[in-house]
Design a protein around this ligand. Structure first.
Ligand code: NDP
Ligand code: 2IT
Length: 383
């Protein structure tokens, strides 16, 4: 329960799914979105278990969330909701038990309110959440990690077949944390991010978004909490298409970065016809099963979410290490660790995914992630 600005008491449901702790404390994000239910959090917790295993760090899998809709809420309403949510959640989590982080609708602001409430109640300053502000135990590079990591992974896939990002056009969906940082890294590695979106529609810039435009969009989303359509009013070379996804635009690469099931089988067939030959899932399971099957059958290089977006939780793991040791590493060091981690994950996918038609990244990521968790569970015996 939380109190809105008119003084009315409102109620939302919240959950935490603690899926598997065989190789470390439960670890995974918290999502604030009206579509959240227990079923969605269970699939996310399941996937998180194997993703976290792929990072090579000691983290189990979990996921949490609520059907609270942060859109249109004031700062104080969000604060009161976060405090109420943490008042319940705090008894279930801990730096060695379960360490939540951000996800859709949960960024630095929400983590700050939740960490503050945990600290207030427990009188302990510990790394119980990741994605914290840099002033109070957050790690450099965590904000950028998921989007940057996804692009490093896509780049590794290209380099494996002696190709590169240079000059490639890239469709990106979403315009939040993951999407904007993916766009930024694509640009810095010589590619052209040409679309971004939100739940209202998508924007398209034929020559590719500039860093200045990406910065403007970050500010629009993070600070002004505006809509992506506003970018088409601000910039002459940007167009907006209402109530549509970017998948009909011709390009070389797609990096879906908004939400689950955002690419259907028929979207996939359109994308294949229009020349997409690499898909890297930066969101969690953005391609539905038919879409995955279509891409794999058509020989499109397909990077699955649990490998592609593991850089986010990977740097969360590094935030936990820094918190435990009470130290703070610099950006260059963390950027190197992230890049190396993504390379190692790519190598694991290659090792377990080798097949006649090239690398099957789906198989590679599933097997590589599973083996360690299964071995640990067997080693523990049973009671
Ligand atoms: P944000 O809340 O920062 O941004 C989400 C973006 O996706 C917004 O543009 C939002 O538009 C759009 N979106 C969300 N839900 C829907 C929907 N149902 N239909 C259409 N558009 C939607 O979230 P993140 O960038 O953090 O997360 C994006 C994806 O990446 C998620 O799948 C998340 O699980 C995954 N992920 C995130 C990580 C992280 O570190 N943050 C780590 C690994 C994976 P609108 O504002 O209109 O809702
Ligand atoms: O889906 C994910 O991997 C995340 N939302 C990040 C989880 C984390 O603990 O950093």
């Amino acid at each position: 329960p939380w109190t809105d600005d008119e003084g009315h008491i409102r109620t939302n449901r919240g959950w935490r799914v603690q899926f598997n702790s065989a190789i470390g404390p439960y670890k995974g994000g918290i999502r604030f979105h009206p579509s959240v239910n227990q079923s969605i959090l269970k699939f996310l917790g399941f996937e998180q278990t194997f993703k976290n295993s792929l990072t090579g760090l000691p983290m189990g899998g979990g996921k949490g969330g609520t059907n609270f809709n942060p859109k249109g809420k004031s700062d104080l309403e969000v604060m009161r909701f976060c405090q109420s949510f943490m008042t319940e959640l705090q008894r279930h989590i801990g730096e060695d038990t379960d360490v939540p982080a951000g996800d859709i609708g949960v960024g630095a602001r929400e983590i700050g309110y939740m960490f503050g409430q945990y600290k207030r109640i427990n009188n302990k300053f510990v790394g119980v959440l990741t994605g914290k502000g840099l002033e109070f135990g957050g790690s450099k590079m965590r904000t950028e990690a998921t989007g940057y990591g996804a692009v490093f992974f896509a780049n590794n896939m290209l380099q494996h077949v002696k190709d590169s990002l240079e000059g490639k056009t890239v469709l990106i969906s979403g315009s939040g944390n993951v999407a904007t940082h993916a766009a930024e890294k694509i640009l810095s590695l010589g590619g052209k991010p040409i679309t971004l979106s939100d739940s209202g529609g998508f924007i398209h810039c034929e020559q590719g978004f500039s860093q200045e435009q990406i910065d403007w969009i970050k500010e629009l989303k993070d600070v002004k909490r505006g809509r992506i359509s506003e970018a088409a009013i601000e910039f002459q070379n940007v167009s907006f298409t209402e109530n549509a996804k970017p998948w009909r635009v011709s390009a070389n690469i797609a990096i879906p970065s908004a939400t689950q099931n955002e690419i259907s089988g028929s979207d996939a067939n359109t994308m294949i016809k229009n020349g997409i030959n690499l898909v890297a899932e930066a969101a969690n399971m953005p391609c539905d099963q038919e879409a995955v099957d279509s891409f794999v059958e058509a020989g499109v290089k397909f990077g699955p979410a649990k490998a592609v977006n593991a850089g986010g939780v990977g740097v969360s793991g590094l935030e936990m290490s820094q918190n435990s040791a009470r130290i703070a590493w610099d950006s260059d060091h963390l950027a190197n660790l992230l890049e190396t981690m993504m390379k190692d994950i790519h190598n694991s996918c290659v090792e377990f995914g080798e097949s006649e038609g090239g690398i099957n990244y789906l198989q590679g990521a599933n097997i590589a992630g599973f083996v360690k968790v299964a071995d640990a569970m067997l080693a523990y015996g049973h009671v």
